[in-house]
Design a protein around this ligand. Structure first.
Ligand SMILES: Nc1ncnc2c1ncn2[C@@H]1O[C@H](COP(=O)(O)OP(=O)(O)O)[C@@H](O)[C@H]1O
Ligand SMILES: [Mg+2]
Length: 506
C-alpha cells in the first residue's frame, strides 16, 4: 500500500534521512527501529505531511502522491498517533473525535451518532472508552485509545504509531497489541515505531532499522533476535544483559523500616514500607509508575520528608536528613528528575562531574583546585560514559536528556558508595550507553555496595536484579527471584494481583 523511495531530509547540520526506502503491505506491522535521533519520526512526519522531503517520492497504492499537510494525509487515509497527544482537554471524548471531521464543516455534527460509532469501534477493537467522559479526566492509556479511535473514525487505512508504548503499563501494552493485531486482520497496514526490542519482536511482521538517518537493516521478524536487532541499531556487538559474577550478599546496608511518605497531593504515596538491600546485591524495584517508587527514592535521597519510619545506611538513620548529610553517610543517588535534582544546568560538564567531590583530594591540593587533575578525570568519565558534548566547558543544560543522564550516572557510579539508589538509570539513553551503565552497576556490586535500582523497564529489571521487589500502592507486594519468576507473574503483581501462586523465595 505504501512505497517511500530514496527519501532525503536535511535539517541545519543534520542529515535526518539519507536516501531511505521504506514500504508497507496491507495487513502487516512494519516496525521502524532505531536509537534516539536516528530519523524515525522525521520519516513518518514526511509521510503525514508535517515535513516536506528534500528528495525522494511517495507512492500510495502504486500512485505517486504529494502530501503537503496532515489534511492531505487524512484524505489519503493515512493516520498518525503522535508521541504527544493532541486533544482539547476540556472537551468530551465524542467532541474531540468530532473536531475537524469533514461533516463538521458547515453542518451541525450529530454527537449522538459520533458517540454510537465510538462505542462500536471500541467494542470491535477493544478500545473501551466512555464517549461522554471529559478528556482531562482520562488516564494516559485512555487518551491514547481516543487518539486511535479518532484515526479509525477518519478511515485510516495506514496507521503510524510513534512510540505508542512509551507511556503505557505492561497490561496496557498487551491490550494495545491485541487492538493493533485486530486492525491488521482487517487489512490495515501499521507502522510501529519503537526502541524496545522485546515489543518489536512481539508485534512486528517486518523490521527496518535506522541509524543516523540511514537504513542499516531490514529483516522479517522470523529469525530476528534482540541481539541481532541491537547490533543493527548500534553498529557493533551489544551485550544486552551484563555478565554477573556470583557474589555472596553480605550484611544489609540499606534498611527501610515502616516508612510512610506523603505524595504531592497529600495522599500516602509510601505506606509502612519495609525493605532491606544487602552489600553486594542489586535489588530491583519493579512497578508501574505512580505506585510510590519515586517518593520512596526521593525520601532516601533526602529530597522529600517522611512522615514516619526509619532509613538506615549501615548504622546511621538518615530519615529526614538533608541530601548533603545523607550523601556524607554513604549514599549515591541518581534521581528521576535529572534536570531538577541531578545537575546544575548553568554549570559546565566538568563542574557537574565534580559537584559532589569538590572538596576532596586529588581535585584539591594545598587548598587549591588542581585543574589538570580535574580535566583529566572529567575527560575520562565523558569518554567512558559516551557523553556527547562539544567540550568539557559546555553547560549541562545545552546537552540532550540522554546525555545529561549519562553525565549524572558517570558522577554517581564512579565513586564507591555504601548504598547506591538509581531511579530509571537508562531511561532515554542509547543501548550502547545503557550497556555500559549496566556493566558499571554490576561492577559496583562486587565492591560491597548495596544497590537499589528502580525501573519501569522489565528487561532492565531482569538484566540486573539479584532479587526483585514489586511495589504496588506504596507497599512491597512481593519479593521474587528473577531466575524462577516470569515476566507475566511480575506483570500481574505490578497490577496488584497477589503472588500466591508465584515463587516466593526471598
Ligand atoms: N524540526 C527539526 N529541526 C531540526 N532538526 C531536527 C528537527 N526534527 C528532527 N531533527 C533532527 O533530526 C534527527 C532525527 O530526529 P528524529 O527523526 O526525531 O529521530 P527519532 O525519531 O529517530 O528519535 C535528529 O538529529 C534531530 O535532532
Ligand atoms: Mg522520534
Amino acid at each position: 500500500m505504501l512505497e517511500m523511495r530514496a527519501i532525503t531530509k536535511r535539517f541545519p547540520g543534520v542529515l535526518a534521512n539519507d536516501r531511505v526506502d521504506f514500504d508497507l503491505r496491507a495487513g502487516e506491522v512494519h516496525t521502524l527501529l532505531g536509537e534516539n535521533g536516528a530519523g524515525k519520526s522525521t520519516l513518518m512526519k514526511i509521510l503525514y505531511g508535517l515535513y516536506q522531503p528534500d528528495e525522494g517520492e511517495i507512492l500510495l497504492n502504486g500512485s505517486p502522491v504529494e502530501i503537503h499537510s496532515p489534511t492531505d494525509a487524512i484524505d489519503l487515509n493515512v493516520g498518525m498517533i503522535h508521541q504527544h497527544f493532541m486533544m482539547v482537554e476540556s472537551l468530551t471524548v465524542a467532541e474531540n473525535v468530532a473536531l475537524g471531521l469533514p461533516s463538521n464543516r458547515g453542518f451541525r455534527t450529530d454527537l449522538d451518532a459520533v458517540s454510537e460509532r465510538i462505542t462500536e469501534l471500541g467494542t470491535r477493537y477493544g478500545l473501551k472508552i466512555d464517549p461522554s467522559a471529559t478528556v482531562w479526566q482520562l488516564s494516559v492509556g485512555q487518551k491514547q485509545r481516543v487518539e486511535i479511535i479518532k484515526a479509525l473514525f477518519r478511515d485510516a487505512n495506514l496507521l503510524i504509531l510513534d512510540e505508542p508504548t512509551a507511556v503505557l503499563t505492561p497490561q496496557e501494552v498487551d491490550q494495545l497489541f491485541k487492538t493493533l493485531r485486530q486492525m491488521t486482520e482487517d487489512g490495515r497496514g501499521l507502522i510501529f515505531i519503537s526502541h524496545k526490542l522485546h515489543e518489536v519482536l512481539a508485534l512486528s511482521d517486518r523490521i527496518t532499522v535506522l541509524r543516523q538517518g540511514r537504513i542499516t537493516g531490514q529483516v522479517p521478524v522470523e529469525g530476528a533476535t534482540r541481539e541481532s536487532l541491537a547490533r543493527m541499531m548500534v553498529g557493533r556487538e551489544v551485550k544486552l544483559a551484563p555478565d554477573k559474577p556470583a557474589v555472596e550478599p553480605g550484611r544489609p546496608r540499606l534498611r527501610i523500616e515502616s516508612l510512610t511518605v506523603l505524595g504531592d497531593r497529600g495522599d500516602e504515596a509510601v505506606r509502612s514500607l519495609n525493605l532491606e538491600v544487602r552489600a553486594g546485591e542489586i535489588l530491583s524495584i519493579a512497578g508501574v509508575s505512580g505506585n510510590g517508587q519515586r517518593e520512596m527514592a526521593e525520601t532516601i535521597g533526602g529530597l522529600r520528608q517522611p512522615t514516619s519510619g526509619a532509613i538506615f545506611i549501615d548504622d546511621t538513620d538518615v530519615a529526614g536528613k538533608t541530601p548533603a548529610e545523607i550523601r556524607a553517610a554513604g549514599l549515591s543517588y541518581v534521581p528521576e528528575g535529572r534536570m531538577k535534582n541531578g545537575c546544575i544546568g548553568a554549570f559546565t560538564v566538568s563542574e557537574n562531574l565534580l559537584l559532589v567531590d569538590h572538596q576532596k583530594a586529588p581535585y584539591v591540593k594545598w587548598g587549591l583546585f588542581d585543574f589538570g587533575v580535574i580535566k583529566e578525570h572529567s575527560a575520562q568519565l565523558v569518554k567512558q560514559y559516551a557523553v556527547k558534548t562539544p567540550t568539557l566547558d559546555t553547560t549541562a543544560r545545552s546537552l540532550s536528556g540522554g546525555n545529561i543522564q549519562k553525565l549524572i550516572l558517570a558522577r554517581e557510579i564512579s565513586g564507591t558508595p555504601k548504598v547506591l539508589v538509581a531511579s530509571q538509570p537508562t531511561r532515554g539513553v542509547d543501548i550502547g550507553a545503557a550497556e555500559y551503565i549496566h556493566k558499571r552497576l554490576v561492577e559496583q556490586r562486587t565492591e560491597d555496595t548495596a544497590i537499589l535500582v528502580i525501573s519501569e523497564d522489565l528487561d532492565e529489571v531482569f538484566a540486573l536484579a539479584d532479587r526483585i521487589a514489586v511495589i504496588y500502592e506504596g507497599q512491597i507486594m512481593g519479593m521474587v527471584d528473577p531466575a524462577t519468576t516470569s515476566r507475566e507473574e511480575i506483570g500481574l503483581m505490578m497490577a496488584g494481583v497477589h503472588p500466591e501462586t508465584t515463587s516466593d523465595r526471598p
